[in-house]
Every structure is written in C-alpha cells, then in structure tokens.
Design a protein around this ligand. Structure first.
Ligand SMILES: Cc1cc2nc3c(=O)[nH]c(=O)nc-3n(C[C@H](O)[C@H](O)[C@H](O)COP(=O)(O)OP(=O)(O)OC[C@H]3O[C@@H](n4cnc5c(N)ncnc54)[C@H](O)[C@@H]3O)c2cc1C
Ligand SMILES: *[C@@H]1O[C@H](CO)[C@@H](O)[C@H](O)[C@H]1NC(C)=O
Ligand SMILES: *[C@@H]1O[C@H](CO)[C@@H](O)[C@H](O)[C@H]1NC(C)=O
Ligand SMILES: *[C@@H]1O[C@H](CO)[C@@H](O)[C@H](O)[C@H]1NC(C)=O
Ligand SMILES: *[C@@H]1O[C@H](CO)[C@@H](O)[C@H](O)[C@H]1NC(C)=O
Ligand SMILES: CC(=O)N[C@H]1CO[C@H](CO)[C@@H](O)[C@@H]1O
Length: 499
C-alpha cells in the first residue's frame, strides 16, 4: 500500500523523483574575459527597456531565472544574461554578437530537452520581457510575445472565449514549440501550431526588425514554420484564434496490474475514434521499480459524446481527476513539472498506427529500460503515446512549412523521455534512448509500417539526429533561405538544429 501511494504521488503530482535527484549544483563561476567585455558593451548599447544580469557572488536571482531550464542538463552558466525589452534592442544585441563573433543562446520557455539548444557559456538572451498577448477580434488572431509560456496565453484569451493551437501541458514555451511544429490538443481539428500562424515579428541576423507574413517574405514565412532559430530571433507570433468552450478531461493514474487494459483501450481508441475533438495521451512510466500509466483524456466541449472514452474510464485506477473545466485548468492538471529539476533527454520515433504489437513493444521498452536503468538515481523512464488522427497533417499543404518535410502520410510522433539525477549517467541515458527508438522502429517496420525514414519531430529528437531526418528534402531550401538572410552565419553562434 505504501508503495502504491508513493506511485500515485509520482504519477500524478510527483515530488518523489525530484527528491531522489541531487539538487542542481552550479559550478563555481569562472570569469571569461572576452564574454564579460561583450556583456558590458551590450549593457551600454541597449535602451533602458532592457536589462543585463551578471552571476554575482550571491548568485543574482534574475540571472539564475534567465539561464534556468525545465531539464537542468539544458542549463549552462552564461557570462551574463540579457533580457531585451524591445525588438530594436534585440537588433542591437545581434549586431554586437555578430561583430564580436560571440557565442550566445536564445531562450523562450526553456523546455528544450537537448543540451546547448538554448544555453551557452557566452551571452544568454532570455526573451522574458516579450510577454504581451493581444487579441485581435476583427481578424480572429492573437499577437503573442516570444517570452511567454502557453499557460499565460490561455489565461489571457479565456475572457474572450477564444483559444489558439498550443501546448498540452503546463509550463511549455510558446517560442521553441511554435518554431518547431507544435502538436496540440487541437491538432486533430486544426493541424499543427505552424499551420495556424499568420505572421511573425522577426529580428534578422543583421539587426533589422521585420514583419514576416506569407506575402512580405514567403521564404522566411515558410522557413520559420519548423526552422527554429536559423533566421534570426522572433519577438512576436500572430496565431489564428478559435472559439473556446469549457472542455472535458483530465488525468487518470493506473498501476502495473492494469497496463494490458490500457494497451487495449489505446489501440481501440486509435483505430475507431474519428471525432477530431477527442484525444488521449497515455504516458507509460517506470518509477520506483514498476511500470504505471499517467493518462490524459481530452474532449474539446464541456461533455464528450457517449462511448468514446468508456474503455479508459472502466479501467481500475489509482487516481482520477476527469471533469468539465476550463482549457487552462485542463492543461494545468498534467504532471509536467513532476521531474522539473532533473536532468533529461527526449528522443522519438514516428509511427503510422498504434497496433497491439506496437503497444506491447512500448510496454516492454518501459519495463526493460526501467529495470536496466534503475541504478541511476532519480530515474524515470517514460514513453508518451500520441495517437492523433491519421489526418493530422492534412490541414495544410506539403509546401506550406519547413517541418514536416512530408505530409503524404499521417506520421504520429511518440516521445521517449528519460529523467534522472546523475550527470555521469548522461551518455548511458542518451545511448539507451537511441537503442529504444531503434527497437520501436524495427518493431513497426517488421509489421509493415513504412517509417524507417519517416521525419522525426525536432522538438523530440535527440541532438545528434541527422538534420535530414528532421527536414528531409526541405533541407536544401532551408540552406538557401539561410544563405540569403544570414550570409555570415550569425545565428550559427547559437545552439540548436543548425541548417
Ligand atoms: C513537459 C513538456 C511538454 C511538452 N509538450 C509538448 C507538446 O504537447 N507538443 C509539442 O509539440 N511539443 C511539446 N514539448 C516539446 C516542446 O515543443 C519543446 O521543448 C520546445 O523547444 C519548447 O519551447 P521553449 O520555448 O520552452 O524552449 P527553449 O528551450 O526556450 O527553446 C527551444 C529552441 O528554440 C529556440 N528559440 C527560443 N526562443 C526563440 C526565439 N524567440 N527566436 C528564435 N529562436 C528561439 C532556442 O534557441 C532553442 O533552440 C514538450 C516539452 C516538455 C518539456
Ligand atoms: C568565430 O569564432 C569561432 C569559434 O567560436 C571560430 O571558429 C571562427 O573562425 C570565428 N570567426 C571569425 C570570423 O572570427
Ligand atoms: C486485451 O486484448 C487481448 C486481445 O484482444 C485479449 O486477449 C485480452 O484479454 C485483453 N486484455 C484486457 C485486460 O482487456
Ligand atoms: C523487450 O525489449 C528488449 C529491448 O528492446 C528486447 O531485447 C526484448 O526482446 C523485448 N522482449 C520482447 C518480449 O519483445
Ligand atoms: C538586413 O537584411 C535584410 C534582408 O536580407 C535587408 O533587406 C536589409 O537591407 C539588411 N539591413 C541592413 C542594415 O543591412
Ligand atoms: C480559422 C483558421 O484560419 N483556421 C486555419 C488554421 O490553419 C489551417 C491550416 O493552415 C487552415 O486550414 C484553417 O483554415
């Protein structure tokens, strides 16, 4: 019983993993002369709307907040953090970084799972001051600042009873999510977040502030839909809005003895439910020596039609929090911060369908790697099963976005997530995630799924994934757009998927 209660805590709200993980330790600050000089140059060049923070001896809280990430393994100690307050200041900063050839980072919500993608030992730019949400009722759009997390956007739009196609759980940044693709609770209805964008405010690598739309800069408009930070720094996104009612759903946690029933219900849901307002997200987790499932249910209306979720609701559960609620409340119900403060890595496979064979393999991988890696302190082994409708990519044309490079088939991203507390285990965890992805790929291919070369989602794929697995045949066009707008490769001084 004590074990069961502990598992409940972990699967639902979960402080246990964090308690097992050692607290993040910052290495003693080493002054890096060249970087400090650039920081001071930036500090005197920007307007009073912007701020520069240094890692003082008492570890300045604003600096620590700026450089922090959801996974501590994605954080590095920068020479300084810069919070630009205007797009013009972003331009000034980029010009200085380019002239001095200085490594830098751009951070939105700081949820990148790959180390170095939004961190640096040089100049860390945190977009936190770009925090406005403006609803434009006449054009059914919302202007959303690049420093926001989705929770803020949903809260700001709720009084107007409208919403955008954004993140599914609490705390995820708008910027990296939207620049990579964006799989949402509303994707079955409207496609990816990049499919519902009408414009960007972009600071080009040469410092010029521009508005990018389909008509003003068609190449950049296409490239920013999946092309991350290759073309400059985005300060604002203009997203299409939809009417939003209350929704139905929430979290159910289920223990080891019921997982075959979860597999069966997931297969049946994915093969029979065609209502685009319905979605499920079962996460197969291995914690405290056994597997369990943390299951999110979603219906985009205050009550679901009869039958759709019955199989899931009939499974005996440990905890259940399913009800009619606001969209924001539903997003807040997910245990996304359970492992905040741990190290972490993501990887992914793209599937075409969730068959009994695939679900059995997912459960087997959960147990296999969960047991094998249980020596690593604070380890949580997790597989997020995302059974979208096969039509998920049909809401926009193949040529409309840099990612996904192909919309010929409805590729379904499965997210592999390992959290842990031990830096010395980094390579072990990375290698396990690669092997597990390879195994799931092999299982899918051997049952006839044509996914051996399927595009992999950049916001889930491990850092050394070849670029053409993310961008496919779009890689050449991305390179030529890049050559046009960033000829001296200033954005190459920042980490991420670099074309
Ligand atoms: C708990 C959790 C839940 C998630 N759920 C989902 C989900 O439901 N659907 C989904 O699609 N993905 C999901 N993801 C993945 C998510 O999309 C990525 O982690 C994404 O990078 C988050 O964006 P961010 O702004 O928080 O990241 P950051 O770490 O801040 O940035 C990520 C990348 O974007 C670049 N970038 C950030 N801001 C800018 C900017 N203003 N201009 C130019 N480049 C910029 C950074 O330099 C970096 O390379 C989830 C991740 C986590 C950790
Ligand atoms: C910029 O710095 C990198 C190392 O960080 C170096 O390889 C490159 O040659 C430098 N470029 C210029 C133009 O100085
Ligand atoms: C799952 O489905 C299989 C195949 O239909 C069946 O044999 C098994 O009894 C089901 N298990 C549960 C727990 O529903
Ligand atoms: C379980 O997974 C491991 C690791 O991928 C694999 O070696 C093993 O054959 C799998 N077992 C079954 C029954 O599929
Ligand atoms: C910056 O780049 C853009 C796009 O290439 C170009 O139109 C603009 O003239 C450039 N600005 C400067 C100051 O060079
Ligand atoms: C309301 C609206 O404009 N919706 C659009 C969201 O994006 C998809 C794909 O671009 C369009 O099909 C919708 O019309």
């Amino acid at each position: 019983m004590r074990q069961t209660l502990a598992t409940a805590t972990l699967l639902s709200a979960a402080a246990v993993v964090v308690a097992h993980a050692p607290p993040p330790v910052l290495k003693p600050f080493q002054p890096r002369g060249e970087f400090s000089t650039v920081c001071k140059q930036i500090s005197s060049a920007v307007s009073s709307a912007s701020a520069v923070h240094f890692p003082d001896l008492d570890l300045n809280p604003a600096y620590l907040e700026d450089i922090s990430h959801w996974a501590v393994s994605s954080t590095q100690q920068a020479a300084c953090s810069v919070e630009p307050g205007t797009a013009e200041d972003v331009g000034t900063i980029l010009q200085i970084l380019g002239k001095t050839n200085t490594s830098f980072a751009v951070k939105g919500g700081g949820h990148a799972s790959n180390p170095g993608f939004s961190s640096t030992e040089g100049v860390h730019i945190s977009m936190t001051k770009f925090s406005d949400v403006t609803y434009n009722a006449d054009s059914n759009t919302a202007d959303v600042g690049a420093g926001l997390v989705w929770d803020d956007v949903y809260a700001a739009l709720e009084p107007y009873a409208v919403n955008v196609v954004g993140g599914r759980v609490s705390g995820v940044g708008v910027a990296g999510f939207t620049l990579g693709g964006g799989y949402s609770w509303k994707t079955n209805q409207y496609g990816l977040t990049v499919d519902n964008l009408s414009g960007y405010e972009l600071v080009l690598p040469n410092g010029t502030v521009t508005t990018v739309t389909e008509s003003s800069y068609p190449d950049l408009f296409w490239g920013l839909k999946g092309g991350y930070n290759n073309f400059g720094i985005v300060t604002k996104f203009t997203l299409k809005t939809y009417p939003q009612t209350e929704v139905w759903g929430g979290l159910i946690t289920i223990t080891a003895d019921q997982l075959e029933a979860v597999n069966n219900a997931t297969v049946k849901f994915s093969q029979t439910v065609t209502d685009p307002k319905a979605a499920v997200l079962p996460a197969y987790n291995f914690v405290l020596g056994e597997p369990g499932v943390s299951l999110l249910l979603f219906y985009d209306y205050p009550t679901p039609p009869d039958g759709i979720f019955d199989d899931f609701l009939a499974i005996p559960h440990l905890t259940e929090d399913v009800k009619t609620r606001s969209f924001l409340d539903l997003v807040s119900a997910a245990p996304s911060d359970a492992t905040a403060g741990s190290r972490g890595i993501f990887h992914t496979v793209s599937l075409l369908e969730y068959t009994p064979t695939i679900m059995a393999a997912v459960l087997n991988e959960t147990k296999f790697w969960g047991s094998r890696l249980s020596w690593v302190s604070g380890s949580l082994i997790s597989y997020d099963v995302e059974p979208f409708l096969p039509t998920l990519l049909s809401h926009a044309s193949a040529s409309s976005s840099a990612y996904p490079p192909s919309r010929a088939q409805g590729f379904l991203p499965l997210n592999i997530y390992y959290a842990y507390g031990l830096e010395a285990a980094d390579d072990t965890m990375y290698e396990a995630a690669r092997q597990s992805a390879a195994r799931l790929t092999q299982v899918a291919v051997s049952e006839g799924q044509d996914i051996a070369d399927a595009p992999l989602y950049g916001n889930y794929a491990i850092f050394d994934t070849p670029l053409d697995r993310v961008f496919g045949d779009n890689l050449d066009r991305l390179k030529s757009v890049k050559a046009q707008y960033d000829p001296s490769n200033i954005m190459g001084l920042a980490g991420g998927w670099k074309v």
